[in-house]
Design a protein around this ligand. Structure first.
Ligand code: IVH
Length: 678
């Protein structure tokens, strides 16, 4: 037995080391076959001895459980954002502010890093093992994405032991950026397009979207990558940002190779310029440089204002621009019928991807910039999704060019267009217009709405053209046509089964998402949340008057008018009836009301802070509310008790200052048991 245990440990160590060489250092030491052999041996031994499987085993990266909801996690040290600078002057100002904040005779060194354009992540290690990972969220509360982060091979499940590290580093937090290489992102998009799935706008969106997938098995197949840049360990007195990066590297994390220590702001500016040139050669997207005061002691003295530190700043690179020719101007019809102009361009490579179209927003914009077919224009790709036309290069304009005219008819269905007073857009008023139908369905299935994975733009186009889809409710009838769908060329049995599964799963979406998905004009996700929270069910919203709707906090007249109009349409009413039959949620499920007698919790106000070991935060909250207490997020004089878990931070301090009673986890458990016994 002992030798099997030893062999398993040995295999794990070898595989870990090869993962490190391959994914972190990009210097594989063995062939794929040799690697697979090790992995297979480990898998076989673990199958025979399941009791020897540990969570840090390389075989345990990809779980099979779906993440039903992404639990909120508090960042004990807030994840700050950075103020932006765009010029040398602004960098000089930053340098001055830093020096003003420190003693006169202090020397300041800066570390300049690349600003990676991805999604930031915080990963917590306990006893050297990956415990949890979370998104940045609003900086204070993020969402737990542990299952998905575990699948990323450049993130160690267990840290490397390195004797040269002069710190304990037992429990610590690592922060960094998750991203996709441009080539990997493009390959992924091509595959998605082939399968009829919605493509991602850029590597950053693609990364953020992937991190929020419920199935870690799908995440594992996506080419996610990492660069880490911050190590936080409360038990150790770390010295500088440079040391931070070097230790991260020794622990087995991937750290970007381009960082430079500078002794003056002039040197910082030089390095920023070098990085801007380097940008063209990189395999991943960056949108600037980050300049950090190197000494952690000085960082602490400088502190932060509101959401950004005083000790760091971002230097944003200019948007990338290039020239090309407008081949034609086409008009696109959206789900609301709004007709938007698009410039069809001579394809041109810009910032790693080929640009062949740019939005022109609306007809007024065309007029303002006087954009014409045949013009040579400057195009720009900012941090944003869609490239735009910056200006026309007039001296290149062909002599016979003609001013662009507004559209007269809908380019798709040919019906007459309408321009409401005071609006810049032209509208196609035919709700049966195929482009509107497609746009509505796309919105319904999109991520913020019913989130039907796999039902993207090209599949919707195909299903509308083949007559399978016209209204929202048709989506839930697709299962009756499974054989016909499978028979469509290029759609396989597997992908249709997956699609039908995600359609079924979407029925679990809460009422506010369903309300948003209906695509009522002006009802965005925020308004949908407010309306749903106020009216609790669709029936009560549908029977409300315009005045009653306007009474809802932050809901104005245009929204309420639009809601009334939507529900008075008989066609819409019919669709809603069908969606109800399909089993979508048109009300919030009643919160359980438990009648409780007198007990410790009843009528008292609680704040939770720190990490609990025997409950999740949600479970603790549920217990408190079940017994008639309430839970709030911040400590005030009205708070009766603060439940403090491990590593409780500022909330605990505040409670102490205000003299509020503090419960530890054991006391809390006792009170729960007492209440249960009552
Ligand atoms: S430091 C307070 N370093 O930029 C320090 N951030 O606007 C803040 N980012 O949310 C983070 N590369 O997602 C830092 N080398 C780098 C970075 C970096 C990219 C992102 C990060 C953060 C945002 C700040």
């Amino acid at each position: 037995m002992l030798s099997i245990e030893k062999r398993i440990e040995d295999l794990k160590e070898q595989i870990r080391e090869h993962d490190y060489k391959y994914y972190v250092l990009a210097q594989p030491a063995i062939s794929d076959e040799q690697y697979d052999k090790l992995l297979k041996e480990l898998e076989a031994l673990e199958k025979e001895h399941p009791e020897l499987i540990t969570t840090d085993s390389p075989t345990q990266r990809v779980g099979s459980d779906l993440t039903k909801d992404f639990k909120p996690v508090e960042h004990k040290i807030p994840m700050l954002s950075l103020s932006n600078t765009y010029s040398e002057e602004e960098l000089f100002d930053f340098d001055r502010r830093v020096k003003d904040g420190l003693d006169e005779n202090e020397k300041v060194e800066y570390l300049v890093e690349l600003k990676i354009d991805g999604a930031s992540v915080s990963i917590n290690y306990v006893n050297g093992l990956l415990k949890t990972a979370a998104t940045r969220g609003d900086g204070t509360i993020g969402e737990e994405i542990t299952n998905n982060v575990r699948t990323i091979k450049s993130v160690p499940l267990k840290i490397k032991k390195d004797k040269s590290i002069p710190y304990k580093l037992i429990d610590f937090e690592v922060r960094g950026e998750i991203f996709m290489n441009i080539a990997d992102f493009e390959k992924l998009n091509k595959e998605r397009e082939k399968k009829g799935e919605k493509t991602f706008a850029n590597p950053r969106n693609s990364t953020a979207g992937t991190l929020k997938l419920q199935d870690p098995r799908i995440v594992a197949r996506r080419p996610l990558n990492t660069f880490t840049y911050s190590l936080i360990s409360s038990g150790d007195e770390l010295k500088s940002q440079e040391e931070n990066l070097l230790i991260l590297r020794k622990l087995g994390f991937k750290v970007n190779e381009h960082f430079k220590k500078c002794k003056s702001i002039e040197e910082v500016i030089r390095v920023c310029k070098e990085f801007e040139i380097l940008r063209e050669k990189l395999k991943y997207e960056i949108d600037g440089a980050v300049i950090k005061v190197n000494s952690l002691n000085q960082q602490e003295i400088l502190g932060s204002i509101a959401k950004a530190p005083r000790w760091a700043v971002a230097f944003k690179f200019k948007s990338k621009q290039t020239f090309t020719i407008v081949k034609s101007i086409t008009w696109q019809v959206g789900r609301t019928g709004a007709v938007t102009p698009v410039a069809e361009l001579e394809p041109k490579l810009l910032a790693g991807s080929t640009i062949s179209r740019a939005t022109l927003h609306n007809f007024d914009e065309i007029g303002r910039k006087d954009i014409r077919v045949g013009d040579t224009v400057t195009i720009e790709k900012g941090g944003d999704v869609i490239p735009k036309v910056v200006e026309v290069i007039l001296k290149e304009r062909p002599a016979n060019s003609k001013k662009t005219k507004p559209p007269e008819k809908c380019p798709t269905c040919g019906s007459k267009l309408f321009k409401p007073e005071g609006e810049v857009a032209f509208y196609c008023e035919n709700s049966e217009c195929p482009d509107q139908i497609k746009g509505r369905l796309e919105h319904f299935a999109s991520r913020g709405a019913m989130d039907i994975e796999g039902l993207g733009e090209s599949l919707i186009d195909l299903f509308v053209e083949k007559g399978f889809l016209k209204t929202y409710s048709d989506i839930y009838k697709l299962k009756n046509f499974k054989n016909d769908l499978v028979a469509i060329e290029r759609l396989g049995e597997k992908s249709i089964s997956n699609l039908l599964e995600s359609i079924e799963r979407s029925k679990e979406k809460p009422f506010d998402k369903v309300l948003f998905a209906l695509g009522i004009r002006y009802v965005g996700s925020g308004a949908a949340k407010k309306l749903a929270a106020h009216f609790k069910s669709l029936d009560s919203l549908m029977s409300a008057t315009e005045e009653q709707i306007t009474e809802v906090y932050e809901i104005g007249e245009s929204i309420s008018k639009s809601v009334i109009k939507f529900f008075s349409d008989s066609h819409n009413k019919k669709i809603i009836e069908e969606l109800k039959k399909a089993g979508l949620k048109f009300s919030f499920t009643e919160a359980k009301t438990i009648i409780v007698g007198d007990n410790f919790f009843k009528g008292k106000s609680f704040v939770l802070t720190g990490t609990l070991t025997s409950f999740t935060r949600e479970q603790a909250e549920e217990k408190i509310t079940d017994y008639g207490g309430n839970v709030t997020s911040s400590v005030s004089k009205k708070t009766d008790y603060v439940l403090a878990g491990e590593k409780a931070g500022s909330k605990l301090d505040k409670a102490k200052t205000l003299g509020i009673k503090i419960l530890d986890e054991i006391e809390f458990q006792k009170k729960i048991i007492e209440a249960e016994l009552k």
